[in-house]
Design a binder for this molecule. Structure first.
Ligand code: DQA
Length: 146
């Protein structure tokens, strides 16, 4: 299987950005761990980040026919972007919604997700380890062995 892990705005600052909320692990560290896990389970992986809503939408469109599914941490666009929701609905690829923090235990404006209705499911609250959980969840959903 082939998967795209797509990260949205401000996640490039992981490690230095509110470490009490998001942890001290950098996005580079997470990418290294995900690539090691991909190798261990025998899947191919593209790991990407953008601060721009339109660039994220372009990457979702480009994933069709290239990847079997997407893991999406859309950052704050989770709570605002009908355009991202529509992009996911348009490509008909399975999407796992991911967040480092438990968005349901935080401010009320983070409880609403435009991604959730078009996602297979949501993983949140497990910090950087959530990326590994999401990879296994996507592989299980695709019927591939983990
Ligand atoms: C986040 C949660 C969002 O509410 C926030 O805007 C982020 C990160 C997370 O991974 O916990 O940027 O998606």
């Amino acid at each position: 299987a082939s998967m795209l892990i797509l990260n949205g705005p401000n996640l490039n600052l992981l490690g230095q950005r509110q470490p009490e909320v998001y942890g001290k692990t950098t996005l580079g560290d997470i990418e290294t761990r995900c690539k090691a896990h991909a190798q261990a389970v025998g899947c191919s992986l593209l790991f990407s980040q953008s601060n721009h809503e339109g660039a994220l939408i372009d990457q979702i469109h480009a994933a069709k026919g290239v990847h079997d599914g997407i893991i999406l941490n859309a950052g704050a666009y989770t709570h605002t972007s009908i355009a991202l929701m529509d992009a996911i609905a348009s490509v008909e690829l399975p999407v796992i919604e991911l967040h480092l923090s438990n968005i349901h235990a935080r401010e009320a404006f983070r409880h609403k997700s435009y991604i959730a209705p078009v996602a297979v499911g949501q993983i949140c609250g497990f910090g950087a380890h959530g990326y590994i959980l999401a990879m296994d969840a996507l592989l299980a959903h695709l019927g591939a062995a983990t």
